[in-house]
Design a protein around this ligand. Sequence first.
Ligand code: RFL
Ligand code: PHB
Length: 389
Amino acid sequence: MRTQVVIIGSGPSGLLLGQLLANSGIDNVILERVDRNYVLGRVRAGVLEQGMVDLLDEAGVGARMHAEGLPHEGISLAFDNRRHRIDLHGLTGKRVMVYGQTEVTHDLMDKREAAGLTTVYEAKNVQPHDFDTASPFVTYEKDGVTHRIDCDFIAGCDGFHGVSRKSVPQEAIRTYERAYPFGWLGILAEVPPADHELIYANHPRGFALCSMRSEHRSRYYVQCSLDDKIEDWSDERFWDELRRRLPKEAAERVTTGPSFEKSIAPLRSFVAEPMQFGRLSLVGDAAHIVPPTGAKGLNLAASDVRYLYSGLREYYLDKSSVGLDAYSGKALSRVWKAVRFSWWMTTMLHRFPDTDAFGQRIQEAELDYLVHSQVASASLAENYVGLPY
Ligand code: RFL
Ligand code: PHB
């Protein structure tokens, strides 16, 4: 079998890239390790930057997002039992869209199916080959049979644990990493959110976040220990801990109810450089991870897709490889700024093992400065709504 671009992974990166390419007449096949429902079962990001919203529109999958998503014009920062609004729209002229990654993935899968494009689910032992030559190919196993797809390019959209980055010779890649000494415990519950906008809370007991998926579905997080097990966290314990970490007026507005999803995620910053090796390009989590505090992971995947898609389009339609050759440099320049922002938000809002009374006061002073200085608020807002592509 032959195609123009083999895409490894059907997360948001792979599906969005595949759709944009197909819309430009560029043939592609997606190989995914697990089944469709497993992919859709993952609960992850919830905040889309305008740049990603525009890209989903360009791909032709924006209709449900515009009908059901919630445009937000601000966020709150809470500390020292008070809450302060950052007017994202007033400071930047831009908004963000609250619409779950699960829904984005669903819309992209439906569109791909309707367009009759090929996705091979439960493709085992996927392996990219010869990407340092002009004739790369990918092999995989399905139902015990080995298949080979010849192609022009391979897009590694297979997440942090995928095979693409691991296939690159070690001496050709440099990685940067920071693991944080805590995790996030997240729940979903069919209850109205505490507020119509997100609340990021710094508290001596640890960070908390009030988010949502709709006007009747809430997504909440509390910072937890990496040793904690889900079984340690009954719903009751979760709601008590969340409310303790919020200012009193916000805590009183938390509606509790049974959770229907509960998971713990470790926090990590990671970047692999470069993001391109001959005809193999890494996209999204395959190349970089950020802690979720800045809501940047999914949005970085979208900007990578934008750069790679433009390069591939130029290659096929204008017969120029200038854009493709610039992919890694362009993507990394934006990635590092989001890595910096996510690290800064994480550092300012969480309790670290060595956060003593002095450290707590320093965090509160930084937050106090941030919410009362227009310049500092504008800098946060500019990064939160997303730097330009
Ligand atoms: P994904 O979504 O991980 O998709 C990769 C896909 O590749 C498949 N795969 C393979 N396929 C074939 N062969 C192999 N050998 C393969 N190995 C893996 C996987 O099954 C999967 O379907 O990466 P992508 O598309 O780059 O998308 C990135 C986003 O998913 C990610 O940045 C965000 O979800 C990060 N993230 C969050 N970002 C936010 O902005 N806000 C959040 O609140 C937020 N919460 C999270 C998160 C990531 C989490 N992870 C990775 C565990 C919470 C969690 C728990
Ligand atoms: C979410 O709704 O899951 C969410 C929102 C904002 C973040 C992280 C996660 O910064």
